[in-house]
Write a protein that binds this ligand. Sequence first.
Ligand SMILES: Nc1nc2c(c(=O)[nH]1)N[C@H]1C(S)=C(S)[C@@H](COP(=O)(O)OP(=O)(O)OC[C@H]3O[C@@H](n4cnc5c(N)ncnc54)[C@H](O)[C@@H]3O)O[C@H]1N2
Ligand code: MOO
Length: 399
Amino acid sequence: MTDPACAVDEHRARLLEGVTALDPEVVPLAEALGRVLAADVAATLSVPPFDHAAMDGFAVRAADVASVPVALPVSGAVAAGDPVTPLVPGTAVRIMTGAPVPPGADLVVPFEWTTGTDPVEIVQRADAGRHIRFEGEDVRAGEAALAAGVRLGPAQLGLLTSVGATAVAVRPRPRLAVLSTGAELVAGHVPDSNSPTLLAAGRAAGADAAAFGPAPDDLAGFRALLAAAVDTTDLVVTTGGISAGDHDVVKAALRDDPGFWFGPIAMKPGRPQGCGVVDSSDGRRVPVVTLPGTPIAAYASFLLYVVPLLHALAGTPWRPVTAPLAAPVTAGDRTVLLPGVVDEAGAIRPLPGHAGHSQRLLAAADALLVVPPSGRLVPEGTPVEVLALHPRSQEGLDG
Ligand SMILES: Nc1nc2c(c(=O)[nH]1)N[C@H]1C(S)=C(S)[C@@H](COP(=O)(O)OP(=O)(O)OC[C@H]3O[C@@H](n4cnc5c(N)ncnc54)[C@H](O)[C@@H]3O)O[C@H]1N2
Ligand code: MOO
């Protein structure tokens, strides 16, 4: 028997409905690290920009060195940065790595295959084209160098520089508000652990994240902080105050809003969930995701629901990451999220002693396994969705 509550995938789809990527902005390349390209970039320069030597040696005509050994007079020298002069047929030009290949030459013979003297004796033959990097062999001017949706890292910045780009259209980093709620947090009786966790998880997913909480359990106080968050960010995540208690302020403030949905999701932890849209004072429709307050439930729900939303705002493709089970797992009547560790083979094993709400256990885990409801034993080797926990598991699971 499966839980009658809404399914995980259904809720994920509801959250993503109508969400589009933020409007692009043009930034200098020096400020583009970590940003997501909003449009394809076509090369204005070829890479390499001209035919050049890949080795220090002698530029020659392959026809002149077809049989070896052969001695050729040295008619010149060219280094990187020098202008090009044509090769006199039947001669060799000393050439340094990166120097332009003289017109007429079609082969660079490395020093190691010669006597290095003048005249130079060439002792090993090679075909035309050897040790030359040809103009445009990597990227040809006019062709697409990078596609929209790519996140710019060190290699992408290098490529964009080589193809002549100096500024690029990128998506703004989504601005994420984390608004924790609870009188016990405001009073200092319980440390607000959701805020640092969700700020870190948001930043790891590419957002500019800021904390607005903790908000008190009174409507006016919560509404004031929510309005401030909505006015200055692109996505607001609240924690706590959404179950069935007398002081569940988030639900009380938003439940009558026609754009809001609250309800149980067939998952454990993280059963109570909610979402909707709030208008900012400058007329933007800002998604608001209301997560449960229990720290494990809040973090797990953030990874499951908010990370895909951040990808949608940033214009980056999102797809679930899977890993094979390292041990059989018994599925329940609803989706179960289990802390697990990744082994050397990349398989994931649930940590023993799962205690439902243990922050200590979560801190020892590489990832959460997402085990869908079936009520059956899921055999070892079955691929399951995994939610990587930043930063330990990033390499193992995101690559
Ligand atoms: N009668 C019912 N009670 C509860 C239900 C239910 O369906 N019926 N659901 C339970 C489940 S499951 C969860 S999860 C929690 C979620 O409740 P809330 O989202 O309203 O969260 P709170 O009541 O505000 O807090 C729950 C718990 O977590 C602690 N907390 C909250 N925020 C933080 C924070 N930022 N840092 C650290 N700890 C936090 C809070 O002190 C509470 O102990 O409801 C169950 N109840
Ligand atoms: O959804 Mo709650 O986290 O099970 O206690």
